[in-house]
Write a protein that binds this ligand. Structure first.
Ligand code: UD1
Ligand code: CA
Length: 455
């Protein structure tokens, strides 16, 4: 029978070097806190129970991650990693496999850990990595037959041991019963006066329990202690996401300047220029192109549409063959039908813009329903707010709104109507006719521009 898997996530550290009021594991990588990534990984491994050992800022961590499959253990004082794991052991049955994860090491891959879990059926499994610069890490000690005989921490290592480049990532898995016994025997007679989890290796050697190592890539095992490392981990996550998207056929101009903080689904031949930020759920059809510097959140953009540089789209649905931007701002509830165009310095909100209609320059279109083949001239404003309530503007098919018009809602512009430039329209305009409201133009004869008095 398959043993139950209990995962212990260490998250009690203070995170002093973050210099933040937020507990370290709540700092965000991609779209979610580091601890969220670790829990996703734990769930991907089908853990029966996830134990989170928390200490500093535990309250905030608990409220954010309350879930049925999570059990909380409290470590009042940070006496070391072995002591931390021990806090969760009362909730773990003897017949389980225990796997230790870290709330501040968010990029570890389930596949790597699965190797450790499988090996830990009867053995002690360690995840190790070959790194360029091993300083700060515990080093893996092997005998002549290359069997692991212990781990020595940086502070306790001899100059020769410090040269070892195989390091302990901290991830370990072992049978629960063994783990419990070993943890009770760990002493704190070391440089830091801490109970080191790594000391269970020497205890396993003494008990003649086989030690298996599973290797991880350096990019998976990076921990976060400060803001620099947080940014480093963010880049690694972004690069991982970018590589996957490119394998699936997405054209990224530069994967190093790509930020996805959510989910992206893209059809064939979509092209993304540099410095684009995508949030929430973004869905692209085929042949969609996004220009440099765009921000897209929770959007759907269909086949052949083009979003030009520096546009901000949130909660918008864009049909086929549309053109948006540059410098357009589409707010929630914006719907563009096929071949519609929204140009520079145009803001839309709760606006449906019909097929092949154009709002090309410097306009505000809010709470509006625009039919097909409508031309909204430069500087047109829907006056949707009377200071208390929002009102709707309806512009029917084929209407032409002259530049600099103010449409005072609620209002309806009939099909094929023309509104003269510069009009303030506060009554419905009939279909097919020219409507305008404009002060009469006149010229004063004999008028002179005032001149400065001479002294
Ligand atoms: C640990 C390992 C080291 C390994 C390195 C990988 C030990 C003794 N050493 O060293 O071999 O190379 O990780 O990054 O395990 N924590 C608690 N409670 C405690 C102490 C720590 O929850 O009492 C948590 C910390 O928040 C942190 C993690 O455990 O997330 C690791 O602790 P830390 O003290 O940073 O261990 P390292 O010195 O990095
Ligand atoms: Ca550390």
């Amino acid at each position: 029978m398959k043993k139950p898997l209990h995962i212990v996530v260490l998250a009690a550290g203070q995170g002093t070097r973050m210099r933040s009021n937020l507990p370290k594991v709540l700092h965000v990588v991609g779209q979610k806190p580091m601890l969220g990534h670790v829990l996703d990984t734990a769930r991907a491994l089908n853990a029966d129970t996830i134990h989170i050992v928390q200490g500093h800022g535990g309250e905030a961590v608990r409220t954010q991650f309350a879930a049925a499959d999570v059990k909380w253990a409290h470590q009042a004082q940070q006496l070391g990693t072995a002591h931390a794991v021990q806090q969760a052991m009362p909730g773990i049955p003897d017949d389980a496999t225990v796997l230790v994860l870290y709330g501040d090491v968010p990029l570890i891959q389930p596949g790597t850990l699965q190797g450790a879990v499988d090996a830990a059926d009867k053995s002690l499994a360690l995840v190790t990595a070959q790194v360029v610069d091993p300083s700060g890490y515990g080093r893996i000690l092997r005998d002549k037959k290359s069997s692991v005989k212990g781990i020595v921490e940086e502070n306790d290592a001899s100059p020769a041991q410090k040269k070892i480049r195989e390091i302990n990532t901290g991830f370990v898995a072992a049978p629960a019963k063994r783990m419990r016994t070993w943890l009770s025997k760990v002493k704190n007679n070391n440089a830091k006066k801490e109970y080191y989890l790594t000391d269970i290796v020497a205890l396993a050697v003494r008990d003649k329990v086989k030690i298996v190592t599973v290797s991880a890539a350096e990019s998976e095992i990076l921990g976060v202690n400060d803001r620099r490392q947080l940014a480093q981990v963010e880049r690694l996550l972004q690069r991982r996401q970018a590589d996957k998207l490119m394998r699936d056929g997405l054209a990224l101009r530069d994967p190093e300047r790509f930020d996805l903080r959510g989910e992206l689904s893209a059809g064939r031949d979509c092209r993304l220029d540099v410095n684009i930020v995508l949030e929430g759920r973004v869905v692209l059809g085929d042949n969609v192109s996004i220009g440099a510097g765009c921000y897209l959140k929770d959007c759907e953009i269909l086949d052949g549409s083009e979003i030009l540089p520096n546009s901000v789209l949130e909660g918008a649905r864009i049909g086929r063959g549309c053109h948006v931007g540059p410098f357009a701002r589409l707010r929630p509830g914006t719907v563009l039908s096929d071949r519609a165009r929204v140009g520079n310095f145009v803001e839309t909100k709760q606006a449906v813009i019909g097929e092949a209609s154009k709002v090309n320059h410097l306009s505000y279109v809010g709470d509006a329903e625009i039919g097909r083949d409508v031309n909204v001239g430069a500087g047109t404003i829907t006056c949707n707010y009377d200071g208390a309530n929002k009102h709707k503007t309806v512009i029917e098919d084929g209407a032409f709104i002259g530049s600099d018009s103010a449409l005072v809602a609620p209002i309806r512009i009939g099909a094929g109507a023309t509104i003269g430039a510069g009009s303030t329209i506060n009554k419905d305009a009939p279909p097919g006719k020219l409507t305008l409201s404009r002060a009469k133009q006149f010229t004063l004869d004999g008028w002179k521009r005032p001149a400065k008095k001479s002294k």
